[in-house]
Design a protein around this ligand. Structure first.
Ligand SMILES: Nc1ncnc2c1ncn2[C@@H]1O[C@H](COP(=O)(O)OP(=O)(O)O)[C@@H](O)[C@H]1O
Ligand SMILES: [Mg+2]
Length: 149
């Protein structure tokens, strides 16, 4: 699917870049005329994905994270977060609500949140090579929402 607009940002897995990724995603999505709820959903989803790259992909080092944003036909926002970290050995298990390898301070709900706040979530991962998380959400937008009864 040919994007109508796109951007690609690469940053190190510093925790300060979680807020940066949220802001960049909100700024990119603004052209799609999202509702505040939609904006909140995509910001939460991107922050969960970037946090996973920061916390899980590179548990003891700083590594590269790529955030790709695309606007697809039909006002669909696609968010891709890619790392070159440790990878996920069992993706089905990782997607289970409350599954975490992060210990007591992690809820294990990040992937579940991404799945419920977005329309689709796909995960590709190779242990030792890295993980790519791709999410899509159709933004109904403020214009159309205002016309609903
Ligand atoms: N980018 C990633 N790299 C390596 N492992 C990951 C990554 N994202 C998720 N995981 C694995 O999937 C598990 C579940 O992730 P998530 O649902 O976000 O919960 P949490 O981050 O609270 O553990 C993590 O505990 C981790 O084992
Ligand atoms: Mg998480």
């Amino acid at each position: 699917m040919k994007p109508e607009n796109e951007t690609l940002i690469r940053f190190p897995s510093l925790s300060s870049n979680e807020a940066f990724a949220r802001s960049v995603t909100a700024a990119f999505a603004a052209q799609m005329d999202p509702t505040l709820d939609e904006l909140g959903d995509v910001k939460t989803a991107v922050s969960e994905a970037v946090t996973n790259a920061i916390v899980h992909a590179y548990p003891d080092r700083i590594g590269p994270v790529t955030l790709k944003l695309r606007r697809l036909e039909g006002n669909v926002l696609e968010i891709t977060v890619k790392d070159a970290g440790c990878g996920i050995p069992d993706i089905a298990q990782a997607r289970q609500p409350m599954f975490t390898t992060g210990g007591a301070e992690r809820s294990g709900m990040g992937l579940t949140i991404m799945e419920s706040f977005m329309n689709s979530l796909s995960i590709r991962s190779l242990p030792g090579r890295g993980t790519t998380v791709r999410m899509r959400k159709k933004l109904i937008g403020r214009g159309e929402a205002a016309c609903r009864p």
